[in-house]
Write a protein that binds this ligand. Structure first.
Ligand code: DGJ
Length: 729
């Protein structure tokens, strides 16, 4: 009898036995921990500083009344926010996700989930980048039901952020005022950051945020989580602080008007959410993103960028052969390496005179350029520089031969008139249509096949989707437009990169509308803003630097009064600001004085000297312009800590106003660094010129900067700035 009981007990035990596993996803300095029990929902446990084996065995698990499901699905815990919600083929709105297994392949961990009642498979994926401390998280949803299901919520990932005085750093803006930094404590309720532009996605809000875990974020100390959704289209980032007082962070495609009918057998792959953690403050998170971005995301992230002149602010639409030749000659004489001809060069039946025609007709306007692109390439060669060209491939004007031939190619709701954009005639091409994808590819293909010497393309995009509707998608698929547009965009970009891996391509979108890690694998850089005013650029570039490295930030010296804010700043100031990114010029050199040209010539020569430090160095932001101390300052330091460039810009000017001394960061405390001022306009060198200071002194004490540039009386101005090169001895 006794024996019998034991046997049945054992059989019962075997039948109900579940396996459990602690899944640790880790990089050099970061651990993410999930608890996995077969047949149960995966539980989030930890994300933060790296844990050792012993610590992993003694973790306190957050007890949050079932609120730690790592990828919560809607239906069985309805008061909680869901990462996934769907309408099953029979109409059931509830989904349950239970662990089936865990797989590891190289640096990818997959947690397989399954709905016990419906053949829906959800794979939570994590890819690690050990040296850069980055973890990419995304989800793959497969429908094995007999008919289509409809996805209504489909976040890439969810991350619970622990209780406490957590602050959010995020970015908002608008055209010509992109990437303004906002820092705020997270309070109960929801904070939602969305984009609904349809085509571009970083003019207004940004798809990147940082969470400072212990109060307002500091630049060079403190625990900070960084997150970037890598996606070119509409997104939604959401932080929900509920009665548990945990902060639940969801990120993914914006599902508004985008429910997705997932066919039988189809897999929906969400965009990746890149996550990092640093104990070295906000700048520490930036450095992780910059390193990962340069190495794995950005096109040619390991190659120095050329110094260029772009024709836009110099001549706008007034393109002609002689003018282009003159601009090329001027930039070459100042030491530049590339000339980019912007808008206005194309159109046959409808020549592009202003912004109301010709997009789509990518043939040279022979009246403006009788010798065609051949003539321009010849002139560039003559001046010893490279040549680049502007296009806007995703767009058309209704006044164009393209539109006349293919009115069905534009984004427009069936039975409705198109809403027109820039110039009163601009329309967006419907990239969900494979024929449009072919056309977009062919624009670049035709140019680069015919003219392989073209070195650089500026790819612009000046219109949002203003009216929802595709003439290509079926009526049942209309809600796929936003998603299919970006799939089409990516497909075209992938084909371009496969055929033309070496060309440099700038992502421009009415200025800074395409600063996103989902775009940059196909692009080498982005245009930060149409606003080139140096003062406002300090604020915009500061915000941009949180997630994007200087090598990707196109930053140009332009004329004053500035063409957007009409402010007049000193040329030295404009140079010093532009030199903290990928330096270029956007000006009519013919209108510059000899003195101004000489200053730019000197700056270009000096930038060449510091280019590797700026473009590949590690950023340390020191004094924020947003703190309104009258000053902004940051520096870049090489990996070897043997060289650094220090920037100091005044952001206001009052007589006898004292500015804070700036403590440097990122140097080797034990080395001596020799100081040399770049772009000097002062009559006499600063007292620190050529002197050496220890890294410890520079970081603990800092250097006093004279508050003004001491020039001849007639050249004095209120926009003082300094750039210092530090070299270890
Ligand atoms: C918008 C861009 O942001 C500008 O730099 C310029 O290329 C114009 N478009 C040209 O139309």
């Amino acid at each position: 009898m006794r024996k019998k009981i034991t046997l049945s007990f054992l059989l019962c035990l075997v039948a109900t036995m579940t396996w459990a596993e602690q899944v640790v996803i880790e990089t050099r300095n970061v651990s993410m921990v999930l608890d996995i029990v077969k047949g149960a929902q995966p539980q989030y446990v930890y994300f933060g500083a790296k844990l050792n084996t012993q610590e992993l065995q003694h973790l306190q698990k957050p007890e949050m009344f079932g609120r730690m499901n790592a990828y919560p699905a809607y239906g069985l815990n309805t008061p909680a926010e869901a990462a996934l919600a769907m309408r099953h083929s029979d109409g059931n709105l509830s989904t349950a996700l239970e662990v089936e297994g865990v797989q590891r392949a190289g640096n990818i961990t997959t947690i397989q989930l399954k709905d016990p009642a419906y053949p829906i498979i959800v794979n939570m994926k994590y890819r690690t980048f050990p040296e850069e401390d980055m973890i990419e998280a995304w989800t793959e949803i497969t429908n094995n039901e007999k008919q289509a299901v409809t996805l209504t919520t489909f976040a890439s990932a969810m991350l619970p952020i622990r209780r406490g005085n957590v602050w959010l750093s995020h970015f908002y803006g608008s055209w010509a005022n992109e990437t303004q930094l906002v820092e705020e404590p997270i309070t109960p309720g929801q904070k939602v950051i969305v984009n609904k532009d349809g085509t571009r996605n970083s003019h207004t809000n940004h798809a990147e945020v940082m969470f400072s875990l212990d109060g307002k974020g500091q630049e060079n100390c403190g625990q900070v989580i960084g997150a970037a959704l890598c996606y070119s289209g509409n997104y939604r980032l959401k932080v929900t602080t509920d009665d548990t007082e945990y902060h639940y962070f969801f990120a993914g495609i914006n599902e508004d008007n985008s429910e997705y009918h997932l066919k039988k057998g189809e897999t929906f792959v969400t965009p990746k959410l890149a996550l990092t953690f640093s104990q070295q403050g906000l700048s520490g998170v930036s450095r992780n993103f910059h390193k990962w971005g340069r190495k794995y995301m950005l096109a040619h992230g390991d190659k120095e960028r050329k110094i260029l002149l772009n024709s836009w602010e110099g001549v706008y639409f007034d393109i002609n052969q002689k003018g282009m030749d003159q601009m090329m000659e001027d930039i070459a004489s100042m030491g530049g390496e590339l000339f980019v001809m912007d808008d206005g060069w194309f159109g046959d039946k409808y020549p592009r005179k202003t912004d109301n025609s010709s997009l789509g007709d990518w043939v040279v306007d022979k009246n403006k350029l009788p010798e065609g692109i051949e003539g321009l390439l010849r002139d560039a060669k003559k001046h010893g520089i490279k040549f680049g060209i502007w296009i806007e491939p995703e767009m058309a004007n209704t006044t164009s031969e393209l539109y006349e031939a293919h009115p069905d190619w534009i984004v427009k709701a069936p039975k409705r008139d198109a809403i027109l954009g820039r110039g009163g005639t601009q329309v967006v091409l419907d990239l969900s249509n494979p024929k449009v994808q072919d056309f977009v590819f062919s624009i670049v293909d035709n140019l680069l096949t015919k003219y392989p010497e073209i070195d650089y393309i500026k790819w612009d995009a000046n219109m949002p989707i203003l009216n929802h509707g595709s003439q290509y998608l079926t009526m049942n698929e209309q809600s796929h437009l936003y998603i299919e547009y970006h799939r089409g965009f990516e497909k075209a970009c992938q084909r371009i990169r496969a055929k033309f891996p070496d060309v440099t391509i700038q992502a421009c979108a009415s200025g800074g509308g395409r600063a996103n890690w989902g775009v940059l694998p196909y692009f080498d850089e982005f245009w930060v803003s149409d606003n080139t005013d140096a003062l406002q650029r300090i604020y915009m570039q500061w915000g941009t630097s949180y997630f994007f490295p200087a090598i990707a930030m196109a930053s140009h010296i332009s004329a004053t009064p500035n063409h957007t804010v009409f402010r007049t700043t000193a040329l030295k100031y404009r140079i010093d600001v532009a030199m903290s990114g990928r330096l270029g010029m956007e000006i009519q050199p013919r209108n510059m004085t000899d003195d101004e040209k000489e200053l730019c010539r000197k700056a270009i020569a000096e930038y060449k000297q510091i280019r590797p430090i700026v473009q590949f160095g590690n950023i340390y932001r020191l004094v924020s312009p947003y703190d309104k101390k009258g000053l902004a300052s940051l520096m870049y330091v090489t990996d070897q800590q043997d060289k650094a460039v220090f920037y100091w810009w005044k952001t206001e000017s009052f007589q006898n106003e004292h500015l804070p001394r700036v403590k440097m960061a990122g140097l080797d405390a034990n080395r001596m660094y020799k100081v040399h001022e770049l772009n000097r306009i002062d009559l006499k060198p600063m007292s620190i010129e050529g002197k050496s200071f220890s890294g410890a002194y520079l970081m603990n004490h800092g250097l006093d900067m004279p508050y003004r540039n001491e020039t001849e009386w007639s050249k004095k101005n209120d926009w003082s700035s300094r750039v210092l090169l530090l070299e270890a001895e």
